[in-house]
Design a protein. Structure first.
Length: 186
């Protein structure tokens, strides 16, 4: 498995559709109401085969350097995903999205995954800005962005359409210069 190791218990890995679709779909299926509250795609994903098709699709996009989706592995089990949903060459930016299994939330995993994605984005892909967008009422996602040192750029009124209607959406960003300053070795 091609992976980015964070520590002995935690890594990010490229999806393997044949092997990863079943455990990822099981999480989505069991936690559909929770995940689907802020990620409407979860409500439309109905089968393991659809998850496998999605994983093949994101791997194709990765091969074209359009996006990068990674599976979060914690203690040798897939527990969620994180992605650069898009790389935008026109402004050298990339936007991050993520979801995590309920049982492993609150342990700093997503914060660490976001930091790893920033390192990959800034060092490997040469982006100048990483963006996170989160519904205002998605407190955990907003907390991840803040803890990772992202700047709150503003709030888009009715900026995101979710299953229950439009929600205001916060936008956060981290610039390459800020990331370098935060990670400067003294």
């Amino acid at each position: 498995m091609l992976s980015y190791v964070i520590d002995d218990d935690f890594k990010l890995a490229l999806p393997r559709p044949r092997l990863d679709s079943a455990p990822l779909f099981a999480i989505i299926d069991q936690e559909r109401d929770d995940i689907g509250r802020f990620l409407p795609w979860a409500n439309g994903l109905k089968t393991e085969a659809e998850e496998a098709t999605f994983l093949r699709s994101v791997n194709d996009h990765f091969g074209r350097e359009e996006s990068m989706n990674l599976v979060l592995w914690y203690r040798d089990e897939p527990v969620g995903m994180i992605s650069f949903n898009h790389f935008r060459p026109s402004d050298e930016s990339g936007d991050i999205g993520y979801w995590l299994k309920q049982a492993v939330r609150g342990h700093g995993l997503m914060h660490r995954a976001v930091k790893a994605m920033c390192q990959i984005g800034f060092e490997e892909y040469g982006v100048n800005k990483v963006i996170i967008r989160a519904a205002v009422d998605n407190a955990p996602s907003n907390a991840v962005a803040k803890k990772a040192g992202f700047h709150h750029d503003g709030t888009h009124r009715a900026g995101e359409k979710l299953a229950d209607g439009f929600h205001d959406e916060n936008e956060y960003s981290l610039l390459r210069s800020e990331w370098l300053q935060m990670n400067r070795k003294i």
